[in-house]
Write a protein that binds this ligand. Sequence first.
Ligand SMILES: [Zn+2]
Length: 96
Amino acid sequence: MRKLPGDKYGNIGWSVMARKPHRCEVRNDGCQGILAETPYYRAIAWPRTDVNNGRVPWVMKICRDCLTDERRLQFDQSRDPELFGIDVEIRRQDHA
Ligand SMILES: [Zn+2]
């Protein structure tokens, strides 16, 4: 599980490996949901933002295809630390 930087609303999220299939909560056209053994985005949407107009934080599971371009880039970077030169210590832990 890797934390991604917050967006302009301060919403945060993590890239998480799915052990079993999950329903994607965005479901854009062409969305196939979250497949087992694939990474997905687990987001926290804080209340009173464009995303969440309720009173409590929402936890949303979102497939890679349904992320915004900006978020998908961060998501991919978090999954591929060697290519982008970040999170090297996290990568070492993965291989420990
Ligand atoms: Zn989706």
